[in-house]
Design a protein around this ligand. Structure first.
Ligand code: HEM
Length: 506
């Protein structure tokens, strides 16, 4: 951004306001006096903004990565627009400004990393600087909070990973839990008798139920009131947890009616879920047997009885872990499966190859490790934060700048992928038909903040996909209007709602 840009923008803003004031004052008796007062006040206000703006943007932040000119006070509008193709717009900006560019949310610096190299440089090579999460007023995720030297998130992350391992990620018991949900979804599909159906709500319930089973040791009927209440509250928390919520960057908006409403709704939802967890802990305590750990709640009770780390194993931290796993694990996996089925009906020849007994090439070879590249529908990492002033790819990154990896851009990176926009599952195979590791495939992000649920997600995706494809041939519900493969950008990239026809194979 040049100084000319800045002066020009402020001048335009000033002129708009002056014209508006003039229009409002026309025909009033004390017109001249009022005009003078209002214009003088506005001038002082604008001079203050310009001084503040010059101070924050030019003095403190020299040699920042380039980027589009922000609006004074507000920042870059691209961050606030509810644009279903926001991920594409942010990727296009990298063509203009390079793999690393700057946007502003108010006066907060947001660094967007594009392409595999930039993401790898920040999250892997310089992980000690770019791994913490920002302390947002409306936080996105609980476990991951915490900066500074003590880094409690590291301990909680270790405990959560251990939990997932203990409950059999990669082992039989968890496979059984997943199979149970597959049976429910398959039965539902069989009952449609070839009529069009929207599968997504069932996939979301199935993914959420798997986490319920790990956390609380019980699965629910999808229409059971306890389950719908739980998913309703989680959905509310999910919706209210936006990294770019204005309340995060403009403290004054927390006092606006919308801000007060948001805070009220959040605390009501959090209260409800905390009450649910407290009741479940009490129920579990009465049946607790240290030789038969049934679920995550039992593990927690065990840890508190050991009394090894009382500050870590608190009910409040249990709440954080549970909410994180639900928020991060249900929607992402359900949506990835929804995409997988959409691609199968859109590319019937690939569906045939995936299933075909003779070739079996996709399922057998790619199988458990990788689901033909369809996990890549989470387009951005969660926000990271720079924990000190640093240099990244030749630019200065100030402490507290928020860093976001554009994972979509890594999967569109022509340095690593040939025709990246084409759906070509074979790109994951080498010439002899063996699975090829692709370093630029980072749907779960990379570095120490890599998704905790990756092994669980891979297991769920593979088992669902393989079982459903074995039982059903999926078809478009309308041959005439093929379903668009453009998604809608929310926290994840979701397909436009669609129906499919499931034809039983035998
Ligand atoms: C296809 C499915 C999934 C995808 C594509 C996915 C992707 C991601 C991504 C991109 C991140 C952000 C990493 C970063 O900021 O650098 C993340 C974080 C996270 N994911 Fe997943 N995820 C999936 C499934 C799951 C599941 C099933 C769980 C839980 C069982 C889970 C739990 C988490 C948690 C707790 C974090 C935050 C980790 C931290 O801050 O330390 N995810 N995931």
């Amino acid at each position: 951004m040049t100084k000319n840009d800045l002066v020009w923008r402020n001048f335009m803003l000033y002129m708009y306001i002056v014209i508006l004031v003039r229009v409002l004052c026309v025909g009033r008796s004390d017109y001249r006096r009022r005009m003078f007062e209002v214009t003088a006040l506005l001038s002082v206000f604008l001079v203050c903004i310009v001084i503040y703006y010059l101070y924050t943007n030019f003095k403190r932040q020299k040699n920042l990565p380039p980027g589009p000119t922000p609006w004074p006070v507000f920042g870059n509008s691209i961050l606030f627009k509810k644009d279903p193709h926001g991920y594409k717009r942010l990727t296009e900006l990298s063509k203009e400004y390079g793999d690393i560019y700057t946007l502003y949310c108010g006066s907060t610096v947001i660094i967007i990393l594009n392409g595999y190299d930039a993401i790898h440089e920040a999250f892997v090579k310089q992980s000690s600087t770019f791994t913490d999460r920002p302390q947002l007023f409306v936080p996105l995720i609980g476990v991951s909070k915490g900066t500074g030297d003590d880094k409690p998130w590291k301990e909680l992350r270790r405990f959560t990973l251990q939990t997932l391992r203990d409950f059999g990620v990669g082992k039989k018991s968890l496979e059984e839990r997943i199979q149970e949900e597959i049976t429910v979804v398959s039965d539902m599909l069989s009952e449609t008798n070839g009529k069009p159906v929207r599968v997504k709500p069932h996939l979301l319930s199935a993914a959420t139920n798997i986490i319920c089973s790990i956390m609380f040791g019980a699965r629910f009927q999808y229409d059971e009131s306890k389950f719908t209440e739980l998913t309703g509250v989680l959905e509310a928390i999910f919706k209210l947890n936006a990294p770019f919520a204005k309340e995060n960057f403009f403290p004054v908006t927390r006092m606006f009616p919308s801000g007060i409403e948001l805070i009220k709704k959040r605390s009501q939802a959090i209260e409800k879920i905390k009450r649910y967890i407290a009741t479940t802990i009490e129920e579990h305590k009465s049946l607790f047997d240290p030789d038969n750990i049934r679920d995550f709640i039992d593990l927690y009770i065990n840890a508190t009885r050991d009394n090894t780390n009382p500050e870590l194993f608190t009910e409040s931290n249990v709440y954080k872990i549970i909410v994180d796993l639900f928020l991060a694990g249900g929607e992402t996996t359900g949506t990835s499966l929804d995409w997988a089925l959409l691609y199968m009906i859109s590319f019937p020849e690939i569906q045939k190859k995936s299933f075909s007994c003779k070739q079996h090439f996709l399922l057998q070879v790619i199988g458990f490790n990788r689901l033909i590249g369809l996990e890549d529908r989470v387009t951005f990492s969660l926000p990271h934060v720079a924990n000190k002033d640093a240099k990244l790819m030749g630019f200065n990154i100030p402490k507290d700048a928020i860093i976001i990896a554009n994972l979509y851009s890594a999967h569109m990176d022509t340095k690593y992928w040939e025709n990246p926009e084409k759906f070509k599952p074979e790109r994951f195979l080498d010439l002899s038909g063996k699975l090829k590791r692709r370093e630029a495939f980072v749907p779960f992000s990379t570095g120490p903040r890599l998704c905790i649920g990756e092994p669980l997600a891979r297991m769920e995706l593979f088992l669902f996909f393989a079982n459903l494809l074995q039982k059903f041939n999926f078809k478009m519900s309308s041959e005439i209007t093929p379903q668009s493969l453009d998604g809608i950008q929310a926290l994840t990239l979701t397909p436009l709602p669609y129906e499919l026809i499931a034809v039983k194979r035998h």
